[in-house]
Design a binder for this molecule. Structure first.
Ligand SMILES: Nc1ncnc2c1ncn2[C@@H]1O[C@H](COP(=O)(O)OP(=O)(O)O)[C@@H](O)[C@H]1O
Ligand SMILES: O=P(O)(O)O[C@H]1O[C@H](CO)[C@@H](O[C@H]2O[C@H](CO)[C@@H](O)[C@H](O)[C@H]2O)[C@H](O)[C@H]1O
Length: 500
């Protein structure tokens, strides 16, 4: 190994666990090795495009390498994608991304923050370039405007998204799975089905695996929804408005507002009375979800759900419950009540067919544009293996995911305030419940009226699916954002209290 690579892989073992998108923060890294290394901007670069000249870097100009690294943690090896910039001097704005200084004095850094380098990704797609094992693909009929500068989007989540001008968003998948990424696969299929509720695909980048294997999707380039706002922001704004609502008599009920906090009964709480009501949007979102489910069924087909499949689903839920209860002690007190809901599902007949679904559906995955709701990120739950993420599932699984998200939005603000008295916290919990209830109902109504399976007619299934998602969230929060753990726990406390 070159000394430069030794310095880099050593430093990555420290740097990777500090990245939001790194999925193995709960275990130490044993070793990082470089699997593939492609120079995208550098002395020997050759961007093979339609009649284009390869970019020739100026003396001392920054260079860019594309790396796929294998990260070993115990017996597991996960594959990640990195863009590594190299500069002799590092401008202040790129310092936070610095990974290491090499023995010859170069600064190696996370190049996603460097528009001088990331421009090559858009150029590559526009030219349908090929560099080493990297293939840049343009979607059929797409015209790409080049020369736009990119910066990472503010909402960095499981991957890194670069926004080019205000025209395109390029999602770099950080953890790589073999084959076509479901996000690309589903978006292309929905485009072909004429679905109105997705962002248009403009292109993608893939890695030729060699040996006749399937190409590995590295990035997805989509239309950027410039004027849209994500569902989470809209919902939390509505909750904030509702929690601060002084009531029709205007006497002020916020504990911090100086007035006495009077715990209210849910029946007396009209969450639609405050100005920022979300219910009409929730209903439209339900309808958009049903439309996408219909198009997914057309594009990928449906299979009947037999009793054996439902029992297997219930067993899988139990398995996850056991694993997460063992790892997160706060869950253990609710495990019996949750387990009983899974047993009930196992004994229950479900006659709705299985199909491809979104798989990780929540308010952060939908955006309200000026024409309607758009669904994003069809990758499935990032912690699940690729086979499971593609599996046929019950469409109400997505409905349950969104219902959980209403619970999150409702409880997120109060959960962060440790200064509340018990009485005030109780009052806020009642308001949170009223908001969640109103928006859950509106979403389900919109979903059923637009042709989706009526959630009200599948109480046992929806309950089990919601609890399964809550258990997943407990593990997700414990691993990724421990300070958020009280949010799903609050819902489970409420559920356990009702189940006693
Ligand atoms: N086409 C788009 N237009 C505008 N913003 C987008 C678009 N796609 C994604 N985003 C923004 O980027 C965020 C992350 O996108 P997402 O696909 O969910 O990535 P991740 O897999 O990292 O969670 C979204 O919550 C949204 O705010
Ligand atoms: O969007 P991702 O694919 O990265 O999904 C993961 O992260 C989500 C959080 O960013 C997480 O969603 C949970 O928190 C949301 C609020 O931030 C909430 O709306 C969701 O209902 C809740 O599940 C998701 O579970 C995880 O897979």
């Amino acid at each position: 190994m070159r000394p430069l690579d030794r310095a880099l892989t050593g430093a990555l073992a420290d740097w990777l666990p500090r990245q939001r998108w790194f999925g193995g923060k709960d275990r130490p890294i044993g070793e990082v090795t470089i699997g593939s290394d492609t120079e995208l901007i550098g002395a020997d670069t050759e961007l093979i495009g339609a009649g284009t000249e390869p970019p020739v870097p100026l003396e001392g100009a920054p260079t860019l390498r594309h790396l796929v690294v294998d990260v070993r943690q115990g017996d597991d090896v996960d594959r990640y994608q990195l863009l590594i910039g190299s500069r002799e001097t590092l401008p202040e704005r790129l310092r936070p991304g610095e990974i290491v200084r090499t023995p010859d004095g170069a600064h190696l850094y996370d190049a996603v923050h460097d528009p001088d380098l990331t421009r090559v990704l858009l150029d590559g797609v526009a030219r349908e370039a090929g560099v080493g094992p990297l293939r840049f693909r343009r979607a059929p009929g797409a015209e790409i405007e080049t020369g736009l500068r990119a910066l990472p989007g503010a909402a960095e989540q499981s991957n890194t998204s670069l926004v080019f001008g205000d025209a395109y968003i390029c999602k770099l998948f950080r953890r790589l799975s073999p084959g076509v990424n479901p996000d690309l696969e589903v978006n292309l299929a929905l485009t072909r089905a004429g679905c109105e509720h997705i962002a248009g695909v403009r292109g993608w980048i893939e890695l030729e695996p060699g040996e006749g294997g399937e190409p590995v999707t590295l990035a997805l380039l989509s239309e950027y929804l410039r004027t849209a706002t994500d569902g989470w922001q809209l919902a939390v704004t509505s909750v904030r408005d509702w929690l601060a609502y002084p009531g029709p008599d205007g006497h002020g009920r916020l504990p911090s507002g100086g007035g006495a906090w009077e715990p209210e009964e849910p029946a007396a709480l009209d969450a639609g009375a405050a100005g920022g009501d979300f219910a009409a949007e929730a209903e439209r979102l339900g309808a958009a979800t049903a439309a996408v489910h219909r198009d997914l069924a057309t594009a990928f087909g449906v299979t009947p759900a037999r009793a054996a499949e439902v029992r297997a689903m219930a067993r899988g839920m139990h398995r996850q419950l056991d694993e997460v209860s063992a790892a997160v002690p706060e869950l253990a007190g609710h495990a019996d009540a949750i387990g009983r809901a899974f047993d009930e599902l196992g004994e229950h007949a479900v006659d709705i067919p299985l199909q491809r679904v979104h798989g990780d559906y929540h308010l952060g995955q939908v955006m309200r544009s000026d024409t309607g709701w758009v669904l994003l990120d069809f990758e499935g739950e990032p912690a699940r293996p690729p086979g499971e993420r593609r599996a046929m599932a019950h469409p109400l699984r997505d409905v349950a995911g969104m219902l959980r998200s209403f619970e999150y939005a409702a409880r997120f603000l109060p959960a962060g305030d440790s200064t509340l008295s018990a009485e005030a916290a109780h009052g806020l919990e009642l308001r949170a419940r009223a908001w969640a209830e109103r928006n859950r109902e509106a979403f389900c109504r919109g979903y059923a009226e637009a042709g989706g399976a009526d959630p009200a007619a599948h109480e046992v299934l929806i309950r089990a699916l919601e609890l399964d998602k809550a258990v997943y969230e407990i593990r997700y929060e414990a691993r990724n954002r421990p300070s958020w753990l009280p949010v799903p726990l609050r819902s489970l406390e409420h559920f356990s209290a009702g189940a006693r």
